[in-house]
Design a protein around this ligand. Structure first.
Ligand SMILES: *Cc1c(COP(=O)(O)O)cnc(C)c1O
Length: 407
């Protein structure tokens, strides 16, 4: 372990194979039923989302991204490897992977509020939420969140559209354009000089003192986690359409940019639940903010931060600028994630440019963190250790944000 810590401290990119992965145990406290429940909830809301957002109407209110072939990009990243790209950078409404967990979490709250007040039943048309008396009920509540930008964009947008008062506590890393976009969507943005964890802490504290306030807790939310997990069903269907049915000898390798852990953790849980040994997930973090890697390697989760080992948590990957991981997620995915790797900022910028030049994709730096994955994992002992033929692997780069990135 001392070795790994030295490498993290040295800010050199490296790959860590997760030894707990070999146990074959399932560390997650959730099941397939939880995922099906979340998927069904999103289906109930689809007509309402199609009505609220033009961007979602095109897909009948199901917020989903494409699975793309990226031959030119693949050739540059890892010649010979079969690489697909899951285009969450282009998710409608929120423009990032946070459209999954974030929107789901607010819908979950909205539905439970309606049920509690006896204003709706599960079989009803959820478009009624856009009318009196439900909209008036929502108007009494505040939905708030702490964010480095994209979660705020997701939560703020859906909360304001449903008629909640929306407050987003933004860390210093948050980009100006994200704050402006939010304000233009009717959301209150509160700015902090501190980092992500302190923005979350402030938001949580403010919310606790108000019974009409609901705080989306990115460090501890089962709803966020399950909202992300639903992506596994969608990916399975998209793969089937391409004739790809992974199995243990022909597995998927999935590369997920990681901040506090919710998005990659939820997606990893979903994929492992559906695909079992036919999928292996890897988390990607900036060399300056490898909080999940550190939490998993040491087994201390949120008991250790990147500051504790002398790192700055200063990265241009604003979506991944998190110094302390979610303990909730770390414990869920402890035996489900195959490994983690780190990437330098200048590599992220180069990948961002490469994605534009080769495939005309508009992604933000955070979204490119997974691009180093195929090369790094294939170079490691992961395949040898599991007796896998590299030729049989389908790699999936999960791009996580960028749709609204200004020119
Ligand atoms: C939030 C985010 C991630 C990672 O999600 P976490 O839940 O913080 O781990 C990755 N990429 C982008 C662009 C993000 O906004």
């Amino acid at each position: 372990m001392a070795d790994y810590l030295a490498q993290l401290r040295g800010r050199e990119p490296f790959f860590w194979r997760n030894p707990d992965y070999e146990s074959g145990e399932n560390s997650a406290a959730f099941t397939l039923d939880d995922m099906l429940d979340a998927e069904a909830r999103l289906a109930r809301f689809a007509p309402l989302l199609a009505q609220l957002f033009d961007e979602a109407a095109e897909q009948f209110g199901i917020i989903e991204s494409r699975l793309l072939s990226v031959p030119d990009l693949a050739g540059r990243l890892c010649p010979g490897a079969k690489i697909l790209l899951k285009a969450d950078h282009d998710l409608p409404v929120a423009g990032s992977v946070k459209a999954r967990g974030g929107i789901y979490n607010v819908l979950y709250f909205a539905e439970s509020l309606c049920l509690k007040h006896g204003l709706l039943q599960l079989g009803d048309n959820y478009r009624r939420m856009a009318e009196k008396p439900i909209r008036d009920l929502f108007g009494q509540y505040t939905v708030s969140v702490g964010s480095t930008g994209n979660l705020g964009l997701s939560i703020g947008t859906i909360a304001a559209a449903l008629g909640f008062r929306a407050r987003v506590h933004m860390s210093a890393d948050a980009k100006e354009w994200k704050k402006q976009l939010l304000r233009s969507r009717g959301v209150e943005v509160i700015e902090y000089a501190g980092d992500y964890s302190s923005a979350v802490e402030q938001g949580r504290r403010e919310s606790q003192s108000d019974p009409y306030s609901y705080f989306v807790d990115d460090e501890n939310s089962p709803e966020l986690f399950l909202g992300y997990a639903v992506s596994a069903f969608r990916l399975r269907d998209q793969l089937r359409l391409r004739g790809i049915v992974p199995d243990a000898d022909h597995p998927l390798f999935v590369y997920l940019p990681c901040g506090v852990g919710g998005a990659p953790g939820g997606i990893c849980f979903g994929l492992k639940t559906l695909f079992g040994n036919a999928v292996h997930c890897f988390f990607a973090e900036p060399v300056d903010s490898p909080c999940m890697t550190l939490g998993l390697i040491t087994g201390r989760h949120d008991g250790i931060s990147v500051y504790d080992i002398g790192l700055t948590n200063r990265t241009l990957a604003d979506g991944l600028a998190v110094g302390r991981p979610s303990a909730f997620v770390g414990r869920q995915v402890k035996t489900l994630v195959g490994g983690c790797f780190t990437v330098k900022d200048e590599t992220l910028t180069a990948y961002q440019q490469l994605a534009r030049d080769t495939e005309k994709l508009k992604i933000e730096p955070s979204a490119a963190a997974g691009f180093a994955g195929p090369e790094m994992v294939l170079r490691s002992d992961f395949c040898a250790f599991r007796n896998l033929d590299p030729e049989n692997i389908v790699h999936i780069l999960w791009t996580t944000g960028g749709r609204y990135l200004p020119e």
